[in-house]
Design a protein around this ligand. Structure first.
Ligand code: GDP
Ligand code: GDP
Length: 492
């Protein structure tokens, strides 16, 4: 198993990262040096790969002498296969760190420079200073704000051989738990449930045929870190320049006079703005960026980068389009980012007041044609300027949030699945009978459904599509992606 060592000066956040990675809080973190005592070793899973994590936090607490830190770091690095050299992004790059980094680099091991405490967008600029370390493997993250950790995780996972891929134990447990709670008396399940079989082979899919498993792995991790509150909706208003994003933001904030708070990452710009609506909290993410940078006529790449960042901190996207002008490729590119982030979404056709009446049907049809990958997103036509139907958008946001956050009981899902199976039997694959035993939702925001079967790879995509459609017909999944995972449950 590959060993991953987190090293660096005291208080840069090593134990915090360690805890995050083992998803527990058993190493104490604190401002005071001297709290973590021992070197911790823990086996954990990064994305989908098994590694052993070494936390050297305990070694250096209370130690301010760099020579001592260096000695300990070298020791730890010696034992490791992968080295995460961590520095505090709030400070400035230090010569000693740089030298030690080079020395460690000469060991020829996989090594990344992790600049921690990049808590907000403003802090990102600090990252540039660290490019003087001369490594490409540089990650500006914030452990405590959970920013950009996914990229680091992916990097680590890429350094671990495929032979160390694990079979998602955590999920299996969760799955078992849910099914026990909900259908323990269900003959259907009891008949087919096993606990001892090997779980090889699984596939994911959603409505599109092409499935990129890495996205799911990422999202699974994000979900574990981020305990989303159903009553808190985080919205990214996205779209190219001049479609009316900031006007829409004003309209949405204006409808509800009581602006609760401006949540700031630090003392600088308010990044997010939050309003209470009905009994929900709605946070519009990175509104400072929207107000400020929205005016800069964007380089395409920059616009896409910014959008990506916003989407990372959101769970719903309002994709704003200008109905008074032809759609552009950039509209599609921006909307495409939403799909790959698996967010709840609404397509907002803005400037409806100045769009041509006789073209209304044509415009709506074009949106559906161009944004096929967002087929699940409802379209609302409105005017941010005159506030026409902005109240309706508020309602829609709440409704879509419900759909995105719902938990459907296993028995209800299985009613639909069974009915679907009766109507169309599963085609067998080279003589082998393909069976679906049962289905169960194992996660929400967005809903994820596992289909437990004898041979996941035997599920033809046309049948997947058929099942997906049946489930979408039966439940209200408007505005939310639904992810499916075919999972093996052993053969009788
Ligand atoms: P270690 O000595 O390197 O193990 O550092 P710790 O993990 O104990 O963290 C030192 C302090 O930095 C603690 O107070 C943490 O809460 C804080 N900290 C860790 N990560 C971050 C971060 O991303 N941003 C900020 N602002 N503080 C952090
Ligand atoms: P952003 O760059 O996407 O944030 O776009 P703005 O909100 O700054 O809007 C760009 C321009 O479109 C401004 O001149 C707005 O007044 C105008 N605008 C925004 N929404 C509407 C709308 O619904 N109807 C009309 N007629 N104009 C709008």
């Amino acid at each position: 198993m590959k060993k991953v060592a987190i090293i660096g000066r005291p208080n840069v956040g090593k134990s915090s990262l360690f805890n995050r990675l083992i998803k527990k809080r058993d190493a104490i973190t604190s401002e005071q040096a001297g709290t973590t005592r021992d070197v911790k070793r823990r086996n954990t899973i990064i994305i989908n790969k098994q590694v052993e994590l070494l936390d050297t936090g305990g070694l250096d607490k209370g130690c301010e002498l760099f020579d001592k830190i260096k000695e300990m770091s070298l020791k730890a690095a010696y034992k490791a296969d992968i080295i995460l050299y961590m520095v505090d992004g709030k400070g400035i790059p230090e010569e000693e760190d740089k030298k030690l980094f080079y020395e460690l680099q000469s060991m020829g091991k996989d090594m990344a420079l992790v600049v921690n405490k990049i808590d907000n967008d403003k802090m990102k600029e600090k990252l540039w200073d660290y490019y003087e370390f001369g490594t490409d493997a540089i990650f500006g993250i914030s452990v405590s704000h959970n920013r950009n950790t996914v990229e680091l995780l992916e990097w680590i996972a890429s350094k671990v051989p495929d032979s160390d891929i694990v079979k998602e134990d955590g999920e299996e447990q969760e799955l078992t738990k849910i099914t026990e709670d909900e259908i323990s008396d269900d003959d259907f399940f009891a008949k087919y449930s096993h606990t001892d079989e090997e779980d090889d082979g699984f596939t994911y899919w959603d409505e599109s045929e092409e499935v990129d498993n890495s996205i799911f792995a990422q999202n699974d991790l994000i979900k574990q870190f981020d305990e989303n509150d159903v009553n808190h909706i985080k919205i990214a208003i996205i779209g190219r320049t001049n479609v009316g994003k900031s006007s829409l933001l004003n309209a949405l904030l204006g409808e509800e006079r009581s602006v609760v708070s401006s949540v700031a990452g630090t003392t600088i710009d308010p990044i997010d703005e939050t309003v209470n609506y009905k009994d929900k909290q709605i946070t519009f993410v990175d509104t400072a960026g929207l107000r400020r940078r929205g005016k800069i006529l964007g380089i395409e790449k920059y616009a896409l980068m910014r959008t990506t960042e916003m989407l990372e901190s959101a769970n719903m996207a309002l994709i704003v389009l200008d109905a008074s002008e032809p759609f552009l490729d950039l509209d599609e590119k921006i909307a495409g980012l939403v799909d790959s982030n698996r967010l709840a979404s609404i397509i907002v056709l803005n400037k409806w007041d100045i769009s041509k009446k006789e073209e209304h049907d044509k415009i709506l049809k074009e949106v559906r044609d161009r944004f096929k990958f967002l087929a699940y997103a409802p379209i609302i036509t409105l005017s941010a300027l005159s506030h026409q139907r902005v109240d309706k958008l508020h309602e829609m946001i709440l409704e879509i949030n419900e759909n995105y956050s719902q938990r459907i009981s296993t028995s209800k899902i299985n009613e639909v699945v069974e009915k679907a199976l009766r109507r169309h039997t599963l085609p067998s694959v080279s003589g082998q009978v393909i069976r679906i035993y049962y289905a169960t939702q194992y996660e929400t925001r967005p809903p994820k459904i596992a289909i437990i079967m004898n041979k996941p790879s035997g599920l033809h995509f046309t049948y997947r599509r058929y099942l997906t459609n049946k489930l979408r017909e039966a439940f209200n999944f408007t505005g939310t992606p639904v992810l499916f995972k075919a999972k093996k449950k052993g053969e009788k």
